[in-house]
Design a protein around this ligand. Sequence first.
Ligand SMILES: [Zn+2]
Length: 214
Amino acid sequence: MAAGAPFRVALTFDAEHPDRPGRAGNDERLLDVLAAAGVRATFFVQGRWAEAYPSTARRIATDGHLVGSHTFYHARLPLFSAEGLATDLRDAEVAIVEHVGVDPRPWIRAPFGAGANDAELLASLGALGYRHVGWNVYCDDWHPDHTAAIVAERVVSGSVACGDGSVALMHTWPDSTQEAIPDIVRRLTDAGATFVTIADLPDPESGIPDDDDE
Ligand SMILES: [Zn+2]
């Protein structure tokens, strides 16, 4: 892609109970840096997390970000029965509507991306009113050895390589993520990117790369 050619990038964040202990307040700091940068992003909110952190969950919507579902229990969706899947998604909806204040439908991201490339699961999600959002740029910000510099480099180089319609997967809780945002926004803006939500893309990426399972 020619340097400086305009392209749209959707920064997406899974808001969920952390995989490992981190500094308290990272979710709020992430919202602070996005607000300071003037960037609207997309947040996939775990229902159980919204119940635990209702004021942070509410702020995601009041700050103007787009909200989707990240399910209630954060289980691997292919493990559910049809009835279990419907129950988990409805439980998430109830929690997100109550604590975030918006209906997450139609947007959903499967925990771990499990089932994201499975047509049958995507059809089941569709029957429940959901459209799956995967990613085509990832930085493994959850990895304990991934510093903010590594996260920024991966998101920037991945988005530049992917071009228009880049969907970058990040999480709200790692120390490195919120530290990396100012650098990501500055470098991608310089490269010609505009930041959009999933709803602004005509055909947002539904699957995930074959070599990435989280
Ligand atoms: Zn997750």
